[in-house]
Each structure stands twice: as structure tokens, then as C-alpha cells.
Design a protein. Structure first.
Length: 424
């Protein structure tokens, strides 16, 4: 290796090696002076032996010290896995220079996106809805009087660095007894909430325990309830009841709102939006995952005032009882209706197809693929919103999801080349 190459800027490790070596030399000269003035004589043979012993001790301390420090990194035949160490160092140094991305939403779609984003940047903030009142989260919310943990749990696990077994444990749902249907991860969050001053502190502690990349915040610490006003004038209370009641009433959603109306957004979430290079809405259910966050006044006002780029990601499929027969411009109209002054710069949509069993499954459920129509393109062009399309289909176990890596790449590329100091 050429000296010039060795001196090139990298992970900033070489400078510390040099400084450490200089420190050892200075200490050695100082010690030798005091030995000399004390009258102690050491012959040359003994000096050589002591030098060799010193080198051996330094090697042992560094070797086993690093092994102890990096014990969470796997070994091969008893030796440290250098490839994995290099990757971990590279990720921490390079990804820390990645763009500041704020993602707002909830549900499975948000967690899928986060798994992709953490490969491109460590500066991720997920702002998650707390309007969920169904399933295990709803039970914990009602029994313990705490915010629903489900969506937050999924986001934490998506951003965490952990072994597959640990993730499987936290996602495990009890199959029998009084805990039937409850997630162990929800109980873990509930337990942490019990020993913390508030829900926000509990989530921070869990993030530290699970080595989460980025931050996960509830949109508010207040106990909010989501309502839907249908076009027939009826009002539906509760996020989990909305889709079923829409189908039962055979009347689409006119708008949604929250109580208390003046719920305050989390301070850290507001600061993250202000500092972001780009803010992403979705993917997720339009009325029950994305819009509840925009109904928190502080959050919507901050989004309107901030000058960063705003991106909306449409769902892959329509959702029965929520976005039946919706096209891209219908989603946009829904956002504008609830947050009129918000400027969307980009909309990312899928242009890929689904086939075979997955297509049949969704057709039976009354869902259809969302792709851009001629009318969509015309409306977006009139509103000066750029449409970005790609084949984003990723089918797993019969479910259609976004391709997390492709989608994340599209998002970070929008920030601009000057911010693209991250791995690809």
C-alpha cells in the first residue's frame, strides 16, 4: 500500500493509531529519564527481553480487549470476523452522514420502509400514529391506560439490530389463555412504560436496549381517538371500527378527525421535522395511519412551515372500507382536504404488476392495484407535483408489499447528490 493511499481520509482510525503511538513514545522517554536519574542500570540483553515482553502484553491486551468489546460480533473458528467488523464500522461512519429522513405514518407499510431506509442512512426518525384501538394494542390501551404500542413496536423492530430469534420472540403472539392474541413485544413495551416516567421515555429506553438505528416517536403523548364522518352523515368512533362500518353503511369516508382536537405534537417529533432533509408520508392506510398524524395541529403546522421536500407514497393496493376505487389523485385530495396548505413535492407510485395467487387473493378481498392513470398524471402536473414511478412490487407469503430497498433508494436520491454520502 502506498503511503499516499494510507493518508487518505477514511474512517478516521489511522489518526488515532498515530496519536496513540506518539503517546507511547512520549511516555517511554519520560519513564527512561526517571530510570536514568535513579541510577538503575539495565543491560542491553534485559532491555531487549523487556521490550519483547512489552510488545506481547500490548498485543494480548488489544486482541482480547477488542474481542471483549466486540463480543456481539460473530467469530469464525475462534477469531474475530474481520469482514463483519469492517462492515459495522463502515455502516456507523458512512450511514451517519446520510440524509435526515422523517417518515410519518403507521401500520405495516411504515415498518417495511424503515427496514430499507436503515441500509442507506442512520438519520431516520419515524413519527408514528397512536390512534390504534384494535387488537392487542387496543386491549393494552384500555386495560393499562397507556398509548397503543403495536405500530411503534413494529417500527422499533424494523430499525433494531438484533438476532432473528430475538425479533421472533418480540413478535410472538400468545395462542392460549387470557393473553391469547397478545404480542410479547407489546407486553415488553407495557412493562418498560411501567418503570418509566412516561411513554416517550419508555420508547427511548427500548431503543437503547435493542440498538435501534435512528429514532421512533409517538406523534403525541395524548390519548387521542380517531373519528370518521361518512358521506351519509354518520360518525364512526374508533380507528378499528371505521373500515367495517364504511362497508356496512355502504358510504365512503368524507373526512376524519381526532379528539381531543387540540392534542399537542411531541416536541422531539416537531424538531425532527424542522431539521429533516426530506419528509415522507406513508406508505400506510390513508385515513387510519397517515392522516391521524396530520390532524395533530403542531405537526401539520410544522410540516407547512418547513422548507424540506415532502413525499407521499401511495399504498400498493386499495383498502376495502377505506380507499375503495381510489386512484392516486384521490389520495392527494384526501391529504389536501385535511391539511389544505401542505405542499407535496413528489408522489411515489408503483407501476409493476401482481399476478397469479396474490392477484386472486386481493380480488377476492375487494382490493385492486393502485397505478397512475391519465387523470392522475394531468392533476399532478397541474399542481406541480412530480410523479415518480417504478416497479415496487414485493410479494411475501402471499402479501403485496413495497420493495423496501428500491423505495428507499428513490427517497434518498431525492435529497440530492450533495447529501448522498451513504452506502448503496
Amino acid at each position: 500500500m502506498k503511503i499516499v493511499d494510507w493518508l487518505k481520509p477514511g474512517l478516521q482510525i489511522k489518526r488515532w493509531i498515530v496519536i496513540g503511538f506518539i503517546g507511547i513514545l512520549c511516555l517511554s522517554f519520560s519513564i527512561s529519564y526517571f530510570i536514568a536519574i535513579s541510577g538503575v542500570y539495565i543491560n542491553s540483553s534485559l532491555q531487549l527481553i523487556l521490550a519483547l515482553i512489552g510488545l506481547v502484553f500490548i498485543y494480548i491486551s488489544l486482541h482480547y480487549g477488542l474481542r471483549s468489546l466486540l463480543k456481539d460480533i460473530s467469530t469464525i473458528n475462534g477469531y474475530l470476523n474481520r469482514t463483519k467488523i469492517n462492515k459495522k464500522i463502515y455502516d456507523k461512519k458512512i450511514l451517519s452522514k446520510g440524509p435526515k429522513v422523517v417518515v410519518i405514518g403507521g401500520g405495516t407499510g411504515l415498518a417495511v420502509l424503515l427496514r430499507g431506509l436503515k441500509l442507506f442512512t442512520a438519520n431516520i426518525t419515524a413519527i408514528v400514529t397512536v390512534a390504534d384501538d384494535g387488537g392487542g394494542s387496543g386491549i393494552i390501551r384500555e386495560d393499562l391506560g397507556m398509548l397503543p404500542p403495536g405500530d411503534i413496536r413494529n417500527c422499533i423492530l424494523a430499525l433494531a439490530e438484533m438476532e432473528p430469534t430475538m425479533e421472533e420472540l418480540l413478535q410472538y403472539r400468545f395462542e392460549d389463555g387470557s393473553l391469547k392474541g397478545q404480542s410479547f413485544g407489546n407486553l415488553f413495551i407495557a412493562s418498560m412504560n411501567g418503570i418509566s416516567n412516561n411513554f416517550e421515555e419508555a420508547i427511548k429506553k427500548i431503543g437503547e436496549v435493542l440498538a435501534v438505528t435512528g429514532k421512533v416517536y409517538p406523534v403525541t403523548l395524548e390519548d387521542i381517538t380517531l373519528y370518521a364522518l361518512l358521506e351519509n352523515g354518520k360518525v364512526i368512533k374508533g380507528e378499528s371500527s371505521i373500515p367495517d362500518k364504511v362497508l356496512e353503511e355502504n358510504s365512503p369516508i368524507d373526512k376524519v378527525f381526532i379528539r381531543p382536537k387540540e392534542a399537542k405534537g411531541l416536541k422531539e417529533a416537531i424538531e425532527a421535522i424542522e431539521a429533516a432533509d426530506i419528509v415522507v408520508l406513508g406508505p400506510g392506510s390513508l385515513y387510519t395511519s397517515v392522516l391521524p398524524n396530520l390532524l395533530v395541529k403542531d405537526i401539520s403546522e410544522t410540516l407547512i412551515k418547513s422548507e424540506n421536500k415532502k413525499v407521499y407514497i401511495t399504498n400498493m393496493m386499495t383498502q376495502p372500507g377505506e380507499t375503495d376505487d381510489y386512484s392516486i389523485h384521490h389520495h392527494l385530495e384526501g391529504i389536501i382536504k385535511h391539511c389544505p396548505k401542505l405542499k407535496i413535492d413528489y408522489i411515489i407510485a408503483n407501476n409493476g404488476e401482481i399476478i397469479d395467487a396474490a392477484e386472486d387473493k386481493y380480488k377476492m378481498e375487494g382490493a385492486s392495484l393502485i397505478t397512475a392513470t391519465k387523470k392522475d398524471r394531468q392533476i399532478l402536473q397541474e399542481k406541480n407535483i412530480k410523479l415518480i414511478e417504478d416497479d415496487l412490487v414485493d410479494i411475501k407469503i402471499g402479501y403485496v408489499r413495497h420493495d423496501a430497498i428500491k423505495l428507499s433508494k428513490l427517497i434518498v436520491d431525492l435529497v440530492g447528490n450533495e447529501k448522498n454520502n451513504f452506502k448503496e
